[in-house]
Design a protein around this ligand. Structure first.
Ligand code: NZQ
Ligand code: ZN
Length: 388
């Protein structure tokens, strides 16, 4: 049964070639001081920085910069960003980059006026925001996280060996996001395909939960089919606009709250991947890819009906003359060969995980209760060990 829900997504999107001109519509809505947040410098190499600065200046803004947001942004960087935003008296935080930059901008936005330590309040205690928020806008340069249209913000605390995402409410969603598929053309292949798998994983985390006949599951099957189709084209030709634009749009819908409405969700693969990330600083999408096959094979029998549906509706597995187990396993095999074909990392060893780290990674893995099997610590260790 489709459960009760309220739905609202306040992020305004500007999509397509020249979407950046949307800044001319958005910037006048905010005060003079803009904190421009970006990463390690890719936007300076590909010209996006110059374009954004030009538009900020044309709109009469005073620009303050907060550069060097690393992939998997740290709590130490967050503390630095809070000081920068305070000094700038920022009226708007403009994030130009991938999920890390967008997530970080949201974390700064809710922390500047926060009376307590934001790591403790938002990430350890998972409390709501009760202070004034600085609005965030995004110019997306890497596709995958969905951060451009959601309240998610993931921060890593290496000292505590924890990588935690807080899903903030609608008031923290970006006020607007600029999505120009051509801005993603300069991504290195490793990052591009890691993003593709992040999208796949976001959909599967929401799909593999519950047994209901639910519109959201049909939408997800469509998104998955589109992603699989376009990803195979994009790995051959990264500048195929049709494929890259379809993938960009799929990523946004995969995690902007729509497909989770009215149903339960899992998110255990992300908990495993984030625990790996807290120990290795590995690329997010690759941590998910490395643990997925072991996880899904482990839980398959507990959610067999859904795995059969997945095999038939997403991977076109023919059911004729086969048992449910055979159909489901064929679906997972098809998924595994797609993963290998696009070039994903299929094991944790390649990400720097050693056998003697497994126990500690398991300790950092949060156990979710929305999937087909609530894992025990022994099962987490088994899945991680099988993923080595
Ligand atoms: O820092 P720069 O120099 O910009 O380089 C980045 C970075 O090294 C590079 N890059 C981005 N756009 C580029 C580019 N290089 C060339 N050309 C471009 N156009 O790509 C590298 C990775 O960027 P990053 O932002 O770290 O990647 P991603 O978008 O995958 O974000 C990962 C973070 O998002 C979190 C992850 O945990 C991780 O911390 N997530 C956020 C979610 C959310 N908000 O809902 C959900 C996700 O599950 C995920 O957990
Ligand atoms: Zn993800």
């Amino acid at each position: 049964m489709l459960g009760n829900f309220t739905y609202c997504n306040p992020t305004k999107l500007y999509f397509g070639k020249s979407a950046i001109d949307g800044l001319n519509e958005e910037l006048p809505k905010y005060g003079k001081n803009v904190l421009l947040v970006y990463g390690g410098g890719s936007i300076k190499k590909n010209g996006i920085y110059d374009k954004v600065i030009g538009l900020l200046e044309a709109n009469g803004k005073t620009v303050y910069e907060d550069a060097g947001v690393m992939p998997n942004p740290t709590v130490e960087k967050l503390y630095e960003g809070i000081e920068r935003a305070k000094k700038a008296k920022a009226d708007l935080i403009l994030a130009v980059g991938g999920g890390s930059v967008c997530d970080y901008a949201k974390a700064v936005s809710v922390s500047v006026n926060c009376k307590e330590d934001p790591w403790d309040k938002y990430y350890l205690r998972m409390e709501d925001v009760d202070c004034e928020i600085i609005p965030v806008g995004c110019v997306l340069t890497m596709v995958g996280t969905g951060s451009e249209m959601n309240g998610g913000s993931v921060i890593t605390n290496y000292a505590q060996k924890l990588k935690i995402g807080h899903v903030f409410g609608e008031n923290v969603f970006p006020k607007f996001s600029v999505l120009d598929p051509e801005y993603t053309f300069t991504l290195p292949k490793y990052q591009m395909i890691a993003g593709f798998y992040d999208i796949m994983s976001h959909i599967l985390e929401q799909y593999f939960s519950g047994e209901d006949d639910n519109t959201s599951d049909y939408i997800m099957e469509g998104l998955l089919r589109s992603l699989i189709h376009s990803s195979l084209i994009a790995v051959e030709n990264p500048e195929d606009y049709e494929a890259r634009s379809n993938i960009m749009w799929t990523a946004t819908w995969a995690l902007n709250t729509l497909v989770a409405k009215g149903k339960t969700t899992d998110w255990e693969v992300h908990m495993l991947g984030q625990a790996v990330g807290a120990h290795t600083n590995a690329t997010h999408g690759m941590t998910l890819a490395a643990v997925s096959m072991a996880y899904y094979r482990h839980i398959m029998s507990y959610g067999l009906k859904k795995f059969v549906r997945y095999a038939e509706n997403v991977w076109n597995v023919s059911p004729d003359g086969k048992s449910d187990e055979q159909i489901a396993e064929e679906g997972l095999k098809a998924m595994e060969s797609w993963m290998k074909k696009i070039g994903l990392v299929m094991n944790l060893t390649e990400l720097g995980v050693k056998k003697d780290m497994v126990e500690s990674i398991a300790d950092s893995t949060l156990i979710m209760d929305g999937g087909y099997k609530i894992l025990t610590k022994e099962e987490v260790i088994k899945i991680l060990t099988e993923s080595l």
